[in-house]
Design a protein. Sequence first.
Length: 227
Amino acid sequence: MTDEWEVSQIKKLQTHMKIVSPDIPQELAELTFPDRMICNEDYFKLGIVNNCIIENQTADHVFFDKVIFKNVIFKEIDFSRIELTNVVFQNCDLSNVNFDEGIVHQVELNNCKILGINLLGATLRNVLFDNCCGDYATFRNVNCKQVKFHYSSLAKADFYKSTLRDVYFSHSSLDQMQLSGTKLTGIDLSSCEFSQLGVNIEDVKGCIVSPQQAVGFSKLFGLIVNE
């Protein structure tokens, strides 16, 4: 998909690029949510949320800053335009939550379920998805910079017409992921597993794949591989 010199330069940049971790104090007070419904533009800062269920909440432009969520289940959550800054999700279930048009900055998701999460039109900066299950997740029209998916599953996830810059897919399952309209220059998929991807021919240039994956991609160009 690209020549050896280009690959070496991309690898060099990847080696030196580091995702900035959340900046959170070691000592945090327990953060409990009020009995009332969370309201538009509510602001939560400097706390840890442990072993609970947050459910049936709808609000616009909610802020979370320097917050750790640990063993938290999110159910029926609609937080459009959410702002997450210096936030960690550890062993959480965010399946089907709506964070469309959110701003996600210096955030880590570790060992989380994000099945069907909606991040349509979101902006992601310095975000790590580590050992997460994100099958059927919606990343349509996202703008990603310095984002890493590590040992995660993104089967049938949707990245249609997204902007990916300094984005890394490492040892992850990407089968039937939708990438149509998304430029893949410099994107390294070689350590990942997939049998099929939704891509356009014009967007594949510069994508880094393994020799085995290249056979599958060759079909996009109408080539017949004699095995």
